[in-house]
Structure formats: structure tokens, C-alpha cells
Design a protein around this ligand. Sequence first.
Ligand code: MSP
Length: 488
Amino acid sequence: MENKKFYITTPIYYPSDNFHIGHCYTTIIADSIARFKRLSGYDTFFLTGTDEHGQKIEKKAKECGVTPKEYVDKIVDNAKDLWASLNISYDKFIRTTDKEHEEVVQKIFKKLYDQGDIYKGEYKGLYCTPCESFWTETQLDENGNCPDCHREVHEVKEEAYFFKLSKYQAWLEEFLDSHPDFIEPTSRKNEMINNFIKPGLSDLCVSRTSFKWGVPVSFDEKHVVYVWIDALSNYISALGYLTDDDTLFKKYWPADLQIVGKDIIRFHGIYWPIFLMALDLPIPKTIVVHNWITMKDGKMSKSKGNVIYPEQLIKRYGLDATKYFLLREMPIATDGLFTPENFVQRYNFDLCNDLSNLLNRTVSMINKYYEGNVPEYNGTQNDVDDEFEKAGENVISEFEEKMNEYEISNALQTIWSYIARTNKYIDETAPWSLAKVVEGESEDEKEVKQEKLKSAMYHLVASLKEIAILIRPFLNETSNEILRQLGI
Ligand code: MSP
């Protein structure tokens, strides 16, 4: 088989606090797609990690009386435990504090500076002295004060390096126009073009001198690299770009799929292709933008006290129930409302009623009628079987089509309609009446019933096996359990 490759990434998360269900959402989507691609024969590389630098982390660490590195180390340990408990199959976990990453960032910064894309200028910002933080006009509270401590801010200037985004505006517009699949869904792309590109791109501040927790600019050490050159470069530094061993980079770049939340599309849809263009590198094929998981009172946040942590759900309902809910109920293109009622409903109806029942009924019938052995079946067909087989024929191609368009919720819906169809098949064939010995029945009649019963059991097992394979990228434990119970 042709050696097809697939490189997929999640955003790298800020380790400012332990991760909640929103962070898990992106990672579970990426994990499901990575598993699907591996099962489909792709040589897949799945990257996730943490974005560890910056003023916010520096401040948090100070508040806790530890160094920034000590602070992030602890959260990264928790994050790795969390991904292990969610069975996330990443191939690499990158930290922006990895030495290899920092060196690549320095090389990229220098290269962009040497070729004239980065220049030294002056950053003007609104500064809160007690919080030691810069804010933009739009971030201020309703009284125009610091959004954290609500004290006065004042304008300050500091020397900073800037990247010439404006130079690439025309190129970016042309690129977005000629690559309609680059950003999905298209509505997000249009929004980005109207809100940020059309009004004109201003040059981007890419270094700071007002805090220290960052990658030093190699040729001007009082500066640290500010946010996006550091953060976005992870996707290529993780593969060894600009290092002695760039085998992975040569093999996997450009990324096939980068998954991001709607709050960071501007950075991935504007800065990222421009940086890559400036570095003369190919642009990723697709960036899928997902919406947020919201609560009844809006976005999840610590201050509102409405944050859901996955550990609680997994403990109570199990891993697969948690994953199933997020993938099935939270549509990618609109905000998904998390309510405990919805969660329990999905769990009870889809997983318990539909899938578990199908498995339990099938296994108990095979135990009862054939002492636990799937019967030999000679292929004699009847109309009910024919129709059932026909219904099953399109399931796999329909499922693949949806997965290839990254429509996970719809792909799951396809599987669940097949599960419903299989449950219906049990009612149609009514195996319990086929197994019943009726007085006065001829040998021929008995024989026909026996064949039908064998056929029904055979078809049920075949269908469950297919279902187990189809759900495998999402619900790995359940898939294993079905295969185990069927003795496959
Ligand atoms: N560090 C940056 C990304 C750099 S990528 C080069 C960042 N980190 S973050 O931790 O704040 O967010 C990471 C991702 O989590 C984003 O894609 C964001 O949309 C997602 N989510 C955070 N809260 C979320 C929800 N409540 N619901 C769904 N996703 C959410 O931004």
C-alpha cells in the first residue's frame, strides 16, 4: 500500500491552571481523527503540548512563591496524567520550554530579522504597574481600568521588535482565496477576513523587555520572544525543523490537519501562514475551527465557578461515556451547551439502551441457543436478511465520507443509526419464536426455523463486529469490550 502520511496537531495549551473539559474537547477530537487515520492505513503523527512562557505564568508562579518552571512542571505532570487517563494517543508532547524548541525559536527569529521581516521599534501599551501587565484598550474593564485589579492603567512605551505583517497582506488575501479548504468552516474564514484582514494588518509586536519568562532574542538578550513566534513554531520545531535531525520534518510537514478553537483562529489563519511564507515553507492543508463548550451561564471560567473537570465525569460515568458525549453532542460549528441532563440522557439512551442492549441481547441469545458458540450458517438468505444486509452496505462509506470531512458528530450519528437498525433486525427476526418448539411442526418447518435462527445470530455478530470497529477511534474501551464478549 502507498505510504500515506497524516500530521495532526492540537493547540498547545497554557499551563496556567489544570485543564478542564474545554481543553479535553480539542484533544479528544484530534485523538479520534488520529486513530481513524491510523486504522485507515495512514502513517500518522499526532502532536500536542503546552505553551509555557509569558507574563501570566510568570505572575502566577510568583503568587505561589515558586519559579515559573516549577509552576509549569507541576501542571504539565497533571496534564500528562490527564491525557493518559483519557487514553490520548499522541506521538509527541512538546513543551515550549524544551531546549530544542527554544533553540529553533531563536533561529527562526534571527532568520526573519536577517531577511528584514523583523525590525526594531517601539511598543505603546496600557500598563498596570501593580499587576505588571500590559493591556489593550478592549481588554480594560467598564471604567477603563485594569481588568484584574481594577486600578488605573497608564500609557507606557518600550522598545520592541515587530514583524512586518503588512508586507504579506496581499499575499495572504490571494492565498485564502485560492485555498478554499484551508480554513473550515468557511464561515469562520469569512469572519476572519472581514474583522481582521480587510481593515488592514498592522505590524505585530514579537518581543518584550518588561518580563523575563520567555525565549531570549539571541542577538539582543534584554528582549524575550513574545507569544506567537514562540507558540506557533512548536508545530515545526516538534518535527526537528532547523535542527541536526529533521527527518520527521521532511516526512510529515506540512500538517494535514490543525485543530483550533474559535478564539485562536486569527493567529492560525493570519500569523501562521504568513510566518511560514516568510520562512519559505509549505502551508498546512486544513485548519478546523471548533466552537466552545458553554454552560448555562456562558463560557466556562474559574471566576464563575462553572468549570467542569473531566475527572469527575470519568469517575462517575466512565471514559467512553465522557468522550461520547463530547464528540456527539458538541457540534464543531456552533457552541455546544453542556448540561448534566443532556449528558445523562446521551449516556442512558445511546450507550445503555441502544448499544449495550444490542450487545447483551445478542450475547445472551447465543449463550442460550448455541451454548455460546456462533452457529455455522450455510448462507441461505431470506428477505429480512437481504434487507438488513443492504442497510449495512452503505454504512462504512457514509461513515468514511463524514470522517474525511471531519464531521465527527455526524459520523457517530451514522454508526448509531446502524445500531438502531440492528436492534430492529432482532425485532424483525424474533429469534425467541424461531427457537420455540411448536407442537405438530413438520421436520421441514423445524429446519427452516433453525436456519433462520442461525442466520439471525450470524448477522447480529457480524454487525456488532462492524460496529466495534467503527467506534474504535472514539470509544476504544467499548470496542475492546464488544470484541472480547464476541470472542474476536
Ligand atoms: N496557548 C494558546 C494556543 C497556542 S497554539 C500555538 C491557547 N491556549 S489555551 O489553553 O488558552 O487554549 C487552548 C485551546 O483550548 C483553544 O483552542 C481553546 O479554544 C480551547 N478551549 C478553551 N476553553 C474551551 C471551551 N470552553 N470549549 C472548547 N474549547 C475551549 O490559546
